[in-house]
Ligand binder design. Structure first.
Ligand SMILES: Cc1ncc(COP(=O)(O)O)c(C=O)c1O
Length: 366
């Protein structure tokens, strides 16, 4: 660890966290931003005639009525999430998918052309894309051979302009969880924000970092309703963080970032915890079965341990298998061009029928 250079930004002088609040991290323009004030924000009390937002007062040409703008801060959905997650509403941000939360973190904290973020590939591709869109340097510190954090490499890559570190756990595309102690070391020693993306946490044996929010003021946990909750089409992503960080994200987001249909349907879906838990259980059983069946093929070199609803499978001929499956109408993800994933395909666990079709089809791959 290059202690002398990085001490100020990475390691607390007396073992205490060097994180000193958001003051020095926020972009100046965001610190001074007056957020958009929506029509409904500007009155107090009860009202029954709304002539303030230029909506169509007659209704919508649909059975359901969507002629009114939705709640900008999605109170009802957050209230239900707060019950499920055990996190106060003030610590929850909702986005149009967690991809929106990722983008908002860049826009809030990173000065284009000046600041940088740390990425630890192979990992989820949107961190790099969001960095590129926002003109932010992404410093890449490759995971180790066993897909864990290179802690020395990360310490060396951090400098005074490093604002965010993205850790995906369980990690996409490798499927494993990142060692908890390492993430805590980063949280305790980095004076920027550590984003822990838990898109696949419902499938994991590891516990969520949400419970650490009271411990670390520089923690942002991302989760989504797109995976275990089966609502990818609704685009509902969550960020959990300190009240200070959530306030910034709410200021920067577009006023009506989650539409009324998504809010209503998400709220309805969030009553069905038992159904989702049953699917998670079934997915894990199917994952184990899929691994057993895939291991029998001689073109399968290795299957990496997974804490998610997909597996990374190292093969002798990723491109050949991929093309063969496409011809048969089965789509998996070819990750063979990704560093440390050479020869590998990422396969999502499907229904029992889908998994059987996959295995039966692969019997015919020569
Ligand atoms: C690690 C990770 N984070 C975030 C996302 C995006 O989630 P959302 O659908 O909420 O935008 C994905 C989607 O594949 C993902 O794999």
């Amino acid at each position: 660890m290059s202690e002398d250079i990085n001490k100020q930004y990475y390691s607390g002088p007396d073992g205490n966290s060097p994180f000193r609040g958001l003051g020095g991290l926020l972009r100046e323009n965001i610190k001074n931003l007056t957020p958009y004030s929506s029509a409904r924000d500007e009155y107090q009390g009860e009202a029954s005639v709304f002539l303030d937002a230029n909506e169509n007062a007659f209704g919508s040409p649909l059975e359901q009525q969507y002629n009114r703008y939705p709640d900008p801060l999605q109170y009802n959905v957050k209230k239900r999430l707060s019950e499920i997650k055990g996190v106060p509403i003030r610590n929850i941000f909702l986005g149009n998918g967690s991809d929106e939360a990722i983008d908002i973190l860049f826009r809030s904290f990173c000065n284009p052309g000046i600041d940088n973020v740390i990425l630890v590939p192979p990992t989820y591709g949107m961190y790099q894309v969001s960095a590129n869109i926002n003109d932010i340097e992404a410093r890449k510190v490759l995971l180790t051979e066993d897909f864990q954090l290179d802690m020395e490499g990360i310490a060396e890559a951090i400098d005074k302009n490093t604002k965010l570190i993205f850790i995906c756990s369980p990690n996409n595309p490798t499927g494993n969880s990142i060692n908890r102690d390492d993430v805590e070391t980063l949280l305790a020693n980095f004076n920027g924000i550590v984003v822990v993306d838990e898109a696949y946490i419902n499938f994991s044996r590891q516990k969520t970092f949400i419970q650490e929010l009271t411990e670390y003021a520089n923690l942002v946990v991302l989760q989504t309703l797109s995976k275990a909750w089966g609502l990818a089409g609704l685009r509902v992503g969550m960020a959990f963080a300190s009240e200070e960080i959530i306030e910034v994200m709410n200021k920067v987001k577009p006023p009506y970032n989650m539409n009324e249909a998504s809010q209503q349907l998400a709220l309805q879906a969030l009553q069905n915890v038992d159904q989702v838990n049953a699917w998670i259980k079934e997915t894990l059983t199917q994952r184990d079965q899929l691994v057993l069946n895939l291991k029998k093929f001689d073109f399968v070199v290795d299957i990496y341990p997974s804490d998610a609803n997909f597996i990374l499978v190292k093969t002798t001929d990723a491109k050949g298998i991929y093309n063969f499956l496409v011809e048969k109408g089965i789509i998996v993800r070819d990750r063979s061009k990704v560093e440390l994933c050479e020869g590998s395909l990422r396969i999502t666990v499907g229904t029992p029928d889908e998994n059987e079709i996959l295995i039966n089809t692969l019997q015919n791959f020569k």
